[in-house]
Design a protein around this ligand. Structure first.
Ligand SMILES: C[S@@+](CC[C@H](N)C(=O)[O-])C[C@H]1O[C@@H](n2cnc3c(N)ncnc32)[C@H](O)[C@@H]1O
Length: 296
């Protein structure tokens, strides 16, 4: 397909361009064709959804078409929309992304929901949270947005991911309650936390090249690679958690399809397993087990 696809349309309006691109994207098997088309047009025209609806019948300017051409070419090359726009929505909040941050997945909202269920709602307690492998900061910042008196630390091995998480905290007005620290899991973490959360990398190394191009090519390897078994990071999380959980505290981790049994074996053989009082498992919206919560 031509990279100048949009030039097939004479005198496009915002609306006719969206209709045209939706059809093209759909024919390529892009599931969110209409939404992607609108988001790219909005980005090229520097307008929001309300302005897109209000001005749907206005002609697109040559400058807007110029902006749109490469964006459309990138989407046709299967670059995810969040990478093209360098932003994503998670827990209904806006997050900026970089090449070193995972594109937050809707499934990970299961972890946020479970945390909100297990800890008191809208608590006025001064909860302390720790997010290991924070990436864009999406889990930590979503929880801080729900708990006005909580504060937290986001940890990552990638300095550049931490810089992006810090920028997201500032954009959301949460910078006073969120700190970001470079660490290999617990290595440089000090103190105790009422809640430790983590969505670690959990894809077995050998499987990474079998993932869809949208994941394998555009998500950072450090956010995907869970070592030969895929569950290596959990061993370190279960080893380090007892020292950093406050009495009665919870550790909540996300994991991948079919990994629960092996992760539970790791847990039972770990220092955390020995002091665990209870545990909970939650499925995501598709009914797939997604999160394990452990209380000491
Ligand atoms: C699956 S991503 C999760 C990102 C974000 N929390 C989310 O849910 O979208 C895993 C994160 O763990 C980080 N990571 C990988 N190895 C790490 C390590 N040894 N110590 C700390 N963070 C690590 C990666 O850089 C990445 O940001």
């Amino acid at each position: 397909m031509s990279q100048n696809l949009i030039d097939e349309l004479a005198q496009p309006t915002l609306h006719s361009m969206q209709h045209f691109l939706s059809q093209k994207f759909e024919a390529l098997g892009i599931e969110t064709a209409a939404l992607d088309a609108r988001l790219l047009i909005q980005h090229a025209a520097a307008i929001n959804h309300a302005a897109f609806i209000r001005d749907a019948s206005r002609l697109m300017s040559p400058a807007e078409l110029e902006m749109l051409r490469p964006l459309v070419a990138r989407r046709i090359a299967r670059e995810p929309i969040s990478r093209i726009l360098d932003k994503a929505e998670f827990w209904s909040l806006p997050f900026n992304l970089s090449a070193d941050t995972l594109d937050p997945r809707p499934d990970t909202e299961t972890l946020v929901e479970l945390a909100l269920e297990l800890l008191p709602p809208k608590t006025t307690q001064t909860l302390k949270l720790l997010d290991l492998g924070t990436g864009s900061g999406c889990i930590l910042l979503s929880l801080l947005s729900e708990w006005p008196a909580a504060s937290g630390v986001g940890v990552d091995i990638s300095a550049s991911a931490l810089a992006m998480a810090d920028q997201n905290a500032r954009n959301l007005g949460l910078e006073g309650r969120a700190a970001f620290v470079k660490s290999n899991w617990f290595e440089t973490v000090s103190g105790q936390f009422e809640l430790i959360v983590s969505n670690p990398p959990y894809i077995p190394t050998a499987e990474i090249e079998t993932l869809s191009a949208e994941v394998a090519k555009y998500d950072p390897l450090a956010a995907l690679d869970g070592g030969p078994s895929g569950i290596e990071p959990y061993k370190l999380l279960f080893e380090g958690a007892p020292q950093h959980l406050a009495p009665g505290g919870w550790l909540i981790v996300e994991y991948g399809y079919g990994q629960l049994e092996d992760i539970c074996k790791l847990l039972e053989a770990s220092p955390l397993g020995r002091i665990m009082k209870q545990r909970e498992v939650r499925a995501d919206l598709a009914g797939i087990d997604r999160c394990l919560a452990v209380q000491i």
